[in-house]
Design a protein around this ligand. Structure first.
Ligand code: AMP
Length: 677
């Protein structure tokens, strides 16, 4: 590898030293060079090293480890300060690979608008013959104006007929010219079932690309992560086939089962304690057990602990609370719990599990204490941060995570969905309340629907003007609308985002909320209509007691792990001698669960991520008191509506102080991986 260098080039790093590249006898073209390191404080020459080649330019200087930089960056050293990834606003990269990734981020965000142009053109050219684009008479146009004037803004419901046809086996180019490789099952639901998002093979590359940017950014903030491992609790979920034979499964299951993940090359910055055998084990108990055991066995090496969502990490902590006696016994004896029966998992665990009484005692010592505050930092003492999403609905878990981690930093690294991976947090060690995601303009074509909190949709014949990615305004809220390579065109994702600023010309967004979500514990999302229907169904059981539900509200109780839905009911009974018994009210809980959507029921049955639903019956007159309270705080008496979900402490206290009885669902609702329709 030949590099062109100017003799005497000075490369300054925001470190303790600056470096001078010295080429032999001032020649311009070299295959070897010398680098001198000077103290930034004193200007003294501190070190000098010969590099046999331009590749991996900087190695060890004294105790200071300066990672190799991308040799291409040195092609025009005089321009380095402006062009090179080393001078990126983001900071100096940790290694050659990171330099490439940071350079990519800089390039893509600096040219956000032209990248968006290219993405839209690519999508429209390749899919020009699809049934969908032909229907809207795009006639091969690829410019934004024509695209925006001809294609409607749609929701999942609008696409149902096309999705049905694909699911039933129609392989013609309906939405995408590329064959639909599978359906990704979203945690968003339609008519009670997970939405089916068509995807194509190459989307895996786009997902991998976004993942590949996360550690280079993290390495800017947390040095030394290559010296240890990440304890990540990652799981696959069940998959089904559509009538036409396509796989339907969650996006992460699809990713973990892909070669992109399974045969990923070794990367010192991304080594997990969990082996693929554990992550890919379909039995969630065995998977969790093995992942926890591996995490404990390698506890000294663990530098970061994570899961996708905060709720998942807390579930792992709860698992440890329940299973530490067995786990420590396995560690002590070197014999694996016989409940782990998965052959490949056993084979792997048998290889690494050796009797280690000292480690067992150490874990037992911590876990047997009554006080679990800071348990993560106590067991995995070298943990530098927790890697979990705590934005959006997951913000409710921040205090509990702080408790169990002893206040470790929380890093939210990315923002993604089944439809498309959107972007990443370029400042991952910021406070959760300050997290902003930078949308990567290469992932899809993005538009933004100005969000008017009080408006009820828009008329079909005069849709609002959507704003392009680079034109959003700081401080404003928008709903995200995407056009993807897989064949979603001007599709409303349902997320409300607020612009917080820009990185180069790419906007950064605070995740405000998902539209219409009333209750959420894990990946479940229950809206007002679903809750209303559930209450109606359950209250039918009260008819024979001449009792009706006069008012209700709800609350996502995450003080326990797993969290559970609490529904406050005020009842009106006409016959006090025949009021509903505890047994009847328990059946009401179950009836509500039965009518909630399949993601909720899966959380209850398969994932154990949601606890039994609870009805709290409150005294008569409680909801009137609630109204009085709201009015005393300025609500208009004419416009007052009972809130269908509450989480404001004084209101919770008021409600809880009026509870006369509490009832829990006595059994799991029905759920199978098969779709109901
Ligand atoms: P799914 O379709 O099940 O993959 O869920 C995707 C949805 O999860 C997104 O549309 C968001 O509503 C939510 N989500 C994903 N990433 C984040 C994040 N970093 N912060 C908040 N919400 C998120």
């Amino acid at each position: 590898m030949w590099i062109v260098l100017m003799h005497g080039t000075v490369l300054t790093f925001p470190l303790l030293r600056y470096y001078e590249v010295v080429t032999p006898s001032g020649s311009l073209v070299v295959s070897s060079l010398k680098v001198r390191a000077y103290s930034l404080k004193t200007g003294d020459l501190e070190d000098e090293i010969d590099q046999p080649s331009g590749r991996g330019l900087f190695r060890h200087f004294g105790g200071e480890y300066v990672k190799s930089c991308r040799s291409g960056a040195l092609l025009n050293p005089l321009k380095m300060a402006v062009d090179s990834p080393l001078s990126s606003q983001l900071g100096p990269p940790a290694c050659e690979r990171d330099a490439k990734a940071l350079h990519f981020i800089e390039e893509t965000t600096s040219h956000a608008d032209s990248v968006q142009d290219r993405v839209l053109t690519e999508i429209l050219i390749r899919n020009s013959q699809t049934e969908y684009l032909t229907r809207f008479k795009l006639n091969g146009a690829t410019d934004r104006e024509t695209f925006k004037s001809k294609l409607p803004i749609i929701t999942y419901e609008d696409l149902q007929p096309e999705i049905h046809r694909i699911a039933n086996g129609d392989r013609s180019a309906i939405l995408s010219a590329h064959p639909i490789s599978e359906f990704l099952t979203s945690s968003g639901t339609s008519a009670g079932e997970r939405k089916l998002m068509p995807t194509i093979k190459e989307e895996l590359d786009r997902r991998r690309l976004l993942y590949s940017l996360l550690m280079p950014v993290m390495n800017l903030y947390v040095p030394g992560l290559e010296r240890g491992k990440g304890l990540y609790f990652l799981f696959v979920k069940s998959e089904t086939r559509t009538p036409g034979g396509l796989l339907a499964r969650p996006v992460l299951t699809s990713y973990y089962k892909s070669d992109h993940f399974k045969t990923r090359p070794y990367d010192p910055y991304n080594v997990y304690t969990s082996p693929n055998e554990a992550i890919l084990c379909p039995d969630s108990f065995q998977s969790m057990y093995a992942q926890m055991l591996c995490g404990l066995l390698q506890r000294q090496q663990v530098l970061r602990v994570g899961a996708v969502f905060a709720s998942g990490l807390l579930r792992a902590i709860r698992f440890l609370q329940l299973k530490w006696p067995q786990l420590t016994q396995d560690i002590e004896t070197g014999a694996l719990n016989p409940k782990l029966t998965d052959p490949s998992l056993r084979e792997y665990m048998d290889k690494i599990l050796k009797p280690n009484p000292e480690l067992a005692e150490c874990v037992r010592h911590e876990c047997s204490k009554d006080n679990w505050e800071g348990i993560i930092a106590r067991i995995w003492q070298n943990t530098k941060y927790l890697d979990v999403i705590v934005t959006g609905a997951m913000a409710q878990y921040i205090p509990t995570l702080d408790y169990y981690s002893g206040g470790l930093p929380l890093a939210c690294t990315m923002y993604a969905s089944s439809e498309c991976y959107f972007g990443l947090n370029l400042n991952p060690m910021c406070k959760p309340s300050q997290v902003s995601y930078t949308i990567m303009p290469n992932m899809a074509y993005f538009e933004f629907l100005p969000h008017e909190p009080d408006s009820f949709g828009f008329p079909r014949d005069s849709p609002p003007k959507l704003v392009d990615l680079v034109d959003v305004e700081v401080g404003k809220e928008y709903e995200l609308v995407i056009t993807t390579y897989a064949g979603l065109y001007r599709y409303r994702v349902g997320d409300i985002l607020r612009v917080t600023g820009f990185h180069n010309s790419a906007p950064q967004f605070h995740f405000v909320r998902r539209k219409n979500v009333l209750l959420s514990i894990d990946s479940d999302k229950t809206d007002e209509a679903e809750l209303q229907k559930a209450v109606e169904n359950a209250s039918r059981l009260l008819r024979e007691f001449n009792t009706s539900v006069v008012e209700y509200t709800s609350y996502a109780d995450t003080r326990t792990i797993p969290g559970h839905y609490v529904i406050y009911w005020e009842l009106l009974g006409k016959d006090s001698a025949n009021s509903p018994t505890d047994e009847v009210l328990k059946q009401c809980c179950l009836a509500m669960e039965e009518s909630l959507n399949s993601v909720y029921r899966q959380g209850r049955v398969a994932d154990n991520s949601i606890g039994p639903l609870e009805i709290r019956v409150v005294k008569n007159g409680t909801f009137e008191e609630l109204m009085d309270y709201a009015i005393s705080r300025g609500a208009s008496i004419n416009q007052y509506k009972v809130p269908r979900c509450v989480n404001f402490t004084p209101i919770m206290e008021l409600l809880d102080s009026r509870v006369v009885s509490s009832h829990f669902s006595p059994a799991s609702p029905h759920w199978t991986p098969e779709r109901r329709r």
